[in-house]
Ligand binder design. Structure first.
Ligand code: ATP
Ligand code: MG
Length: 681
């Protein structure tokens, strides 16, 4: 590099520098959260490029598109500095960075003709894949069998699990889907048909991108040139790769030369998708004796009190690769354990904290709110929208933008205002047998029925629509008459909607949870009108897909599932619902392995924070799935991962539950309507 430049290794500590400047043999960096693994990877890339490696012969594999972009950004910054370039000068050529899936898609397109694939193959998204599975299932007559055959979504999950773990149907079903044991033979035949259908249509599903890549790598004529082409292959978050991915890596670099993997076994959180933490633990043996192992034990991210708490949580795990992190970032501020009354209080409290921190100079972007499952943020999203605090959400659609939530709200909006044709149309289309072309007449008919003065319209629903339409008409007319009243009417709508949900959407159970959540939120508002007004406050633009898009220059808060927050860090992190049933999730169904994965999730969440960390424990926590038919509130218990002996590591706060709404005058002073009318004599 020219003298003006800064060596990309200059800022690294000794162990990091050793890893970054390691020569060609297989290299494993295994180290705890925030120890600079990703930074070291970026520095290694910059170092390689500066020492003459061709950037186009480097391949960087990450677990998400966002992580790939972030890694490239870091590499670019280091190269810029090293080459003494001005910020305005164009960045040097950057190595190829992407997820296994995106890189696979590109390589398969390059090699398509050689492997019997059309160059124009399409990649099916999850929804398309499910539809194809449903079709094949139908054709085999499995949908109509007396004993219920698994739904298309479950079939695809089993299929996916088999592919990614490289196992046969039998063992996968036995271990992970025991309720489908009677169907192993049928599933096997179904999957054969599904495979044939995909080949027939020249489409690949998501898993195929790995499977085809992996299979292609078994052909020496293709594997040879590809492993020549990539001088170095570097993988971040290696603990969350599955067997196929490890196999691909091995096939790309059979001797392990030029392979760098970094990861942390304590952060393995994708076992539920067939990731194998063994990949990272077995790496040294796999490439013995050539493999070099570097461990990093200094954490640069978090203050000592935060690290103490996170270390204590993971230390209780029965099995792990022992490592303790240290930091010199002293602080007097311990993480906080905040007990609040219920979820609405939690949402209000989080908003107040976020705003208070912004007052103190911490922009929204440097704060994040994390949660176990996407729907846990529903109450918070509404509160943020109400206060017009902009946010983006990673890992899951924004609650109010989900189709099923919109469906239910459309019924309510249409009842509130029969002239809201947009809402009416949306509702009419939910009825089987009514299509866009003939939705107008039924709407007019209903409007006429609600208005005694209007002329009678005479519309006869088509046969397929009769029952559903009658039910809807009855419900709608009742709503217009003010029955059964607020907030019960939202439950009535939800009841009508449940069968439509089953019919229209896959994953009905999970979506039903959202609807239940909506009903629950309605109980917190005093009227339908008030509820709808709150919701109408336009939610921020960004949706989950372009979340984090750097072109969004407005300041916004990050909401994220813990899974999607992997690898990232924020100045302040708040974790919602640190209660049993949530972290760990789904009480009563977990195996030990699943429970341990939940513990690591908590560890991942806690280690995202640099300076401030709040764990919130709502005492009244709404658990839908376990309590479907009974009491819908469960009294939350603090997560079992925070046993009493860990409590001294936290400060404790119990903010007052302030459920009051803005005050309104209760007595009417005068009726202005009267006054205005009387002006005209
Ligand atoms: P995770 O396990 O969460 O993915 P990680 O090990 O990949 O964490 P990084 O994200 O690379 O850690 O680094 C964490 C933070 O520490 C970053 O802000 C990074 O810039 C900083 N950091 C890492 N190494 C150093 C160093 N040698 N000097 C100063 N800061 C460092
Ligand atoms: Mg990292």
């Amino acid at each position: 590099p020219p003298p003006s430049g800064t060596d990309p290794l200059a800022a690294l500590n000794d162990a990091q520098r050793e890893a970054a400047s390691h020569l060609g043999g297989p290299l494993l960096v295994i180290a705890g959260a925030g120890s600079g693994k990703t930074l070291t990877l970026a520095a290694r890339v910059a170092h390689l490029v500066l020492n003459g490696a061709d950037p186009q012969r480097l391949l960087l594999l990450t677990f998400s598109r966002r992580a790939a972009q972030e890694l490239q950004r870091r590499c670019a910054a280091l190269l810029h500095q090293a080459l003494g370039l001005k910020p305005t000068q164009a960045a040097p050529v950057l190595p190829w960075a992407g997820t296994f899936h995106s890189v696979g898609a590109r390589l398969l397109r390059e090699q398509a003709l050689a492997i019997g694939l059309s160059e124009q193959f399409t990649v099916l998204d999850r929804g398309d894949a499910e539809d194809l599975m449903a079709l094949v299932r139908q054709q085999r007559g499995l949908a109509a069998t007396a004993k219920r055959f698994p739904m298309k979504g479950t079939c695809l999950s089993i299929y996916s699990r088999c592919v990614n773990s490289q196992s046969a149907v039998g063992p996968v079903v036995q271990q992970v889907f025991p309720w489908c044991q009677d169907w192993v033979d049928e599933l096997q035949a179904l999957f054969a048909d599904y495979e044939a259908a995909k080949q027939d249509q020249q489409v690949l599903d998501y898993d195929d991108l790995l499977l085809w890549w992996h299979t292609m790598m078994q052909e020496p004529a293709i594997a040879g040139p590809l492993s020549e082409r990539f001088q170095h292959v570097l993988v971040d978050e290696y603990q969350d790769t599955n067997r196929l991915q490890a196999g691909i890596l091995r096939a790309l670099k059979p001797g392990g030369g030029g392979v760098t993997v970094v990861g942390d076994d304590a952060q393995a959180i994708y076992g539920f998708r067939a990731a194998e933490v063994r990949n990272i633990l077995d790496f040294p043996g796999q490439y013995s004796p050539a493999a070099r192992i570097v461990t990093l034990d200094r954490n640069y991210r978090s203050t000592q009190p935060l690290l103490d708490a996170a270390n204590a949580v993971i230390a209780l795990a029965p099995e792990r690769f022992a490592k303790t992190l240290w930091t010199d970032r002293a602080s007097a501020e311990k993480p906080r354990l905040v007990t609040v009354e219920d979820e609405p209080t939690q949402a209000r409290w989080v908003c107040e904290q976020v705003l208070a921190r912004r007052e103190q100079g911490l922009t929204l972007m440097r704060q994040a709110v994390l949660f176990r499952s996407s729907h846990h943020s529903a109450a918070l999203e509404l509160e943020l929208a109400r206060r017009r605090i902009p946010f983006v959400k990673y890992g899951g659609l924004k609650f109010l933008e989900a189709a099923h939530v919109k469906d239910v709200l459309a019924v309510l909006r249409w009842a509130e205002n029969p002239r809201n044709r947009l809402a009416g149309l949306r509702v009419a289309l939910l009825v089987p047998g009514i299509g866009p072309a003939h939705a107008r007449r039924p709407l007019d008919t209903l409007a006429a029925a609600a208005d005694p003065g209007a002329a009678m319209a005479t519309w006869q629903p088509p046969a397929a629509a009769t029952v559903e339409w009658q039910a809807l008409a009855t419900l709608w007319l009742a709503l217009r008459r003010g029955e059964p009243g607020w907030p019960g009417e939202l439950q009535a709508i939800a009841d009508w909607y449940a069968p439509q949900l089953e019919r229209l959407h896959e994953h009905a159970a999970a979506r039903q949870t959202d609807i239940d959540q909506l009903v629950q939120l309605a109980r917190g508002q005093r009227s339908r009108e008030r509820f709808l007004t709150e919701l109408a406050l336009d939610p921020p633009e960004a949706s989950s897909d372009n979340a984090g898009d750097p072109s969004l220059d407005e300041d916004y808060l990050i909401l994220s599932t813990i899974h999607a927050a992997k690898g990232q860090e924020w100045q302040a992190v708040t974790l919602l619902n640190v209660v049993d049933g949530c972290v760990p999730g789904d009480l009563g169904v977990g195996t030990t392995a699943e429970l341990e994965e939940e513990r690591r999730l908590l560890y991942v969440a806690m280690t995202r924070a640099r300076q401030h960390l709040d764990l919130i424990v709502p005492q009244r926590f709404y658990v839908t799935q376990q309590h479907r038919h009974g009491d819908r509130h469960m009294y939350g218990a603090r997560s079992r991962f925070l046993p009493p002996e860990l409590l001294p590591l936290f400060t404790h706060a119990t903010p007052r539950a302030d459920g009051s709404e803005p005050t309104r005058p209760t007595t009417q002073v005068m009726d202005l309507r009267e006054k205005l009318r009387s002006r005209w004599g």
